[in-house]
Write a new protein. Structure first.
Lengths: 266, 384
């Protein structure tokens, strides 16, 4: 595998049937290279008592996963639950932190003129005894993964996820998702506005969403689109100033869209 | 509660929150807050150049917003402690037994989290472990037999904690609802319906008083047959008895998972009062519960009744909405869709108990005659 390829790989973990990403670098890469946003769902330790800005892990929807798998860049972390011992590294980090703090303190003292000039900043006799210090004990986001596996559509774990979500309808939605991605929309789950997806013209961080997408089937005996829903969605779309779009896949695999707009006569 | 006023950033309840990561930049290490532009407002769409790439102006705004977010995400999670005292913030995970414990528990979070046994060991549920580790209040380590000094062992990473602790398919949704409620400051515990001190619900007044009432009603009926309200009141008294929430509990796949209290300094986790809310967790892609299932949930729910005074004239809408009498019950449905949670409150409301809404306009007692022309102040409608 070339380095260029490796650079674009996305490593995911599947825990409890959820698709999660714990590495911040991966989250950045997804946003910038693939236009995939996901949903940040962890408590942000920086400001834990608020709800609107959340942190690691990033949760991906099944469609986002399928899209990455389809591109052939998605690697699964296999040994997520195996404990990797990195005692030496951990202790070294702690010692380095203490040393850094001490040097900073000594520098400060020197700047204030409290420290005698002949005392050196780096005291060679000084030995770091970890038991004497207050230490910052860090919980890292993830442990370095060595064992990864390229995911393909036929993989057991993908099939398992698909069967949980309902295989057929998920695949239809995925086709619509893929088509929207091709049209370079940024897509988020649609619960906020009662659709399947909501579409943004670019990163949701900076732009408002414009479309609410509802997926339906093309020729189904059940009446998939009922009139009451149609009226509801038309009104909903108007009141939140977004277009409500029905998407469906035709026999030839071409995805078609219809916008519902409340015409507001009378 | 563990609310740090400086860090608690509150926003409006807008559906689509404006994510202003710039507010966080002051807490992040390594960023110069002076150089950070105040970004947080959204635009309709980016301006595109001829080659369909977004313009430099948009790109630089986007990048600075992104950078703020990345900085916040990269900030370290952890706690400051000496190695000696580290045990009192270490949660041991026994993955075989599925138990999570802390040997010498210490910390403010213990006010509403965990259960301490006779030996002073604190036991946790899985969502409590995940919340505390993710928040940086505690670290997680694997349980070891026999016990050894592991103070120099690195704590488990967040990913490991997730993968070891999450076991059942519904666990992740439960954890998300739990941590969301905790983040917003509520006190949350797993629901154990039998443990609560039951509030003595005032029994319906019976006996002499009601007997007189009946006689009075009869008299009313005969004396004031011309009054419409008397007839309505009589009809209402007939149906009021029948409408009670169906108490026959049946097997239902929906369960009350969490009990929730509003922040309260007097809260004792060993003797919790009747919860303010009870939460049922539903996956957004599953069908919504049927009326029967909702009814049986309402029957087993046990929440603190909202006290809204019955208005003297007519029906108080808020009493119907939130349930004004002591017997009205409510459950909150948390609907989860890949990381987003919506809450719906369902209350069993008893129209009949509210009395008749009809009023004979000519029978109204005339009050405030001296201030005629001035409208009387409306009743205070705030209920929460």
């Amino acid at each position: 595998m070339s380095d260029d390829h490796k650079h674009n790989n996305i490593n995911i973990s599947i825990i409890n049937n959820q698709i999660l990403i714990f590495e911040v670098d991966m989250i950045c890469k997804l946003r910038e290279s693939y236009g995939i946003i996901g949903v940040l769902s962890g408590t942000l330790s920086l400001a834990p008592q608020q709800q609107s800005l959340l942190g690691v892990p990033l949760q991906l929807s099944i469609y986002e996963l399928l899209y990455l798998v389809d591109l052939g860049v998605c690697y699964l972390n296999v040994d997520v639950d195996v404990d990797v011992q990195g005692e030496e590294e951990f202790v070294n980090d702690l010692i380095n932190n203490v040393k850094l703090k001490r040097i900073q303190r000594l520098k400060k003292l020197k700047n204030h003129g409290i420290l005698q000039k002949n005392e050196e900043l780096e005291d060679k006799d000084w030995v770091c005894n970890l038991n004497e210090h207050e230490l910052f004990i860090e919980t890292k986001n993830s442990t370095k993964q060595t064992n990864t596996k390229l995911l393909s559509m036929n993989d057991d774990i993908i099939q398992q996820l698909l069967s949980i979500k309902g295989h057929d309808f998920t695949m239809i939605r995925f086709q619509i998702y893929k088509d929207l991605k091709k049209k370079s929309w940024f897509i988020q789950p649609g619960l906020r506005y009662g659709g399947d997806f909501i579409c943004y013209p670019n990163d949701p961080l900076r732009y408002h969403s414009q479309l609410i997408i509802k997926c339906c089937t093309w020729d189904d005996d059940d009446d998939d689109v009922n009139l009451i829903d149609l009226i509801n969605f038309g009104r909903l779309g108007t009141s939140v100033k977004k277009s409500f779009v029905y998407g469906y896949v035709k026999h030839d695999g071409i995805v078609n869209y219809h916008t519902v707009e409340w015409s507001g006569f009378g | 509660m563990e609310v740090d006023p400086e860090l608690a950033i509150t926003y409006g309840n807008d559906d689509e929150d404006v994510q202003d990561w710039s507010l966080l930049s002051k807490f992040t290490q390594g960023t110069k807050s002076n150089n950070v532009p105040k970004r947080g407002e959204k635009d309709f769409e980016p301006v595109l150049k001829d080659d369909l790439q977004i313009t430099d102006y948009d790109l630089s705004n986007l990048n600075s917003s992104r950078q703020l977010m990345y900085d916040a995400l990269r900030s370290q999670r952890g706690l400051v402690s000496s190695l000696k005292n580290l045990k009192s913030s270490t949660i041991y995970i026994n993955s075989l037994m599925g138990t999570y414990y802390m040997k010498k528990p210490k910390g403010k979070f213990l006010e509403s989290i965990g259960k301490i046994d006779k030996n002073g060991t604190c036991w946790f549920n899985f969502e409590e472990v995940m919340y505390l580790v993710e928040r940086g209040s505690c670290i997680g380590k694997l349980h070891q037999e026999p016990e050894i000094d592991d103070s120099l062992k690195p704590p488990l990473s967040l990913e490991k904690v997730y993968s070891i602790v999450l076991k059942n398919p519904e666990d992740y949704n439960q954890f998300q609802v739990y941590s969301m409620l905790k983040r917003t400051g509520y006190i949350v515990m797993r629901s154990q319906p039998t443990d609560y001190m039951t509030v003595s619900t005032p029994t319906r007044k019976t006996g002499v008083f009601s007997f007189f009432k009946k006689v009075l009603r009869l008299l009313q009926r005969w004396l004031f047959t011309t009054r419409y309200s008397a007839i309505f009141e009589y009809l209402q008294s007939l149906i009021a008895k029948d409408i009670r929430i169906d108490t026959t509990t049946q097997e239902s796949k929906y369960k009350i998972t969490y009990d929730v209290w509003k922040p309260n300094t007097k809260f004792k986790k060993t003797q919790p009062p009747v919860p303010d809310y009870q939460i049922v967790i539903v996956d957004a892609h599953e069908p919504f519960p049927t009326v029967k299932e909702i009814k049986s949930l309402l029957a087993i729910s046990n929440t603190k009744p909202v006290t809204i005074k019955q208005s003297k004239k007519g029906v108080n809408i808020n009493r119907l909405k939130f349930g004004g009498n002591d017997e009205s019950k409510s459950v909150v449905f948390a609907v989860v869709d890949s990381g987003l949670i919506n809450f719906y409150n369902l209350t069993g409301c008893d129209f009949a108990a509210e009395g008749t809404s009809w009023q004979d306009s000519w029978m109204k007692p005339r009050t405030g005659v001296s201030k005629r022309g001035k409208s009387r102040p409306r009743q205070n409608r705030k209920t929460k």
